[in-house]
Write a protein that binds this ligand. Structure first.
Ligand SMILES: [Zn+2]
Length: 138
């Protein structure tokens, strides 16, 4: 089976760009509108890669954000309480802080992680890796 030309954007580069909340295609720009903490750019200001691919795009970052908050912060706190290592009052305040602060702190990284995961498994979908094939608009 013949292999095509090597990908311009490797999976390692996609991972690094995702962790840095950069565009997975060009590495330029940021995922978020300048001066706004929570407003996602609809597309990359540098290369034009669409970040929001239609209705429900936000569900991917939302699920990642929820999962990391629940499994990384809230459930370990409940386990610490259940094993008697922290008091119920301490567990309550940690869970309350984690439930509010976790999603706020993870909102921006979760968008980078989502695009990173999407293009890590589908690197051929990046316009930089199309190798001459016409870019699919949807
Ligand atoms: Zn870009």
């Amino acid at each position: 089976m013949p292999l095509g030309p090597p990908m311009k954007v490797t999976r390692a580069r996609i991972l690094l760009r995702g962790l840095a909340c950069r565009c997975p295609n060009c590495g330029g720009g940021t995922l978020f509108a300048e001066g706004h903490l929570f407003r996602v750019n609809p597309s990359c200001p540098t290369c034009g890669l669409k970040f929001e691919k239609g209705e429900g795009t936000f569900l991917g970052p939302f699920a990642l954000n929820y999962g990391v908050t629940a499994f990384g912060l809230v459930i370990p706190t409940v386990v610490l309480y259940a094993t008697g290592r922290i008091s119920s009052v301490t567990a309550f305040w940690i869970c309350l802080a984690a439930s509010i602060g976790g999603p706020l702190l993870l909102y921006r990284p979760s968008w980078g992680w989502w695009l990173m995961l999407y293009y890590f498994f589908l690197p051929d979908n990046l316009p930089a890796n199309l190798n001459g094939r016409p870019e699919d608009d949807e």
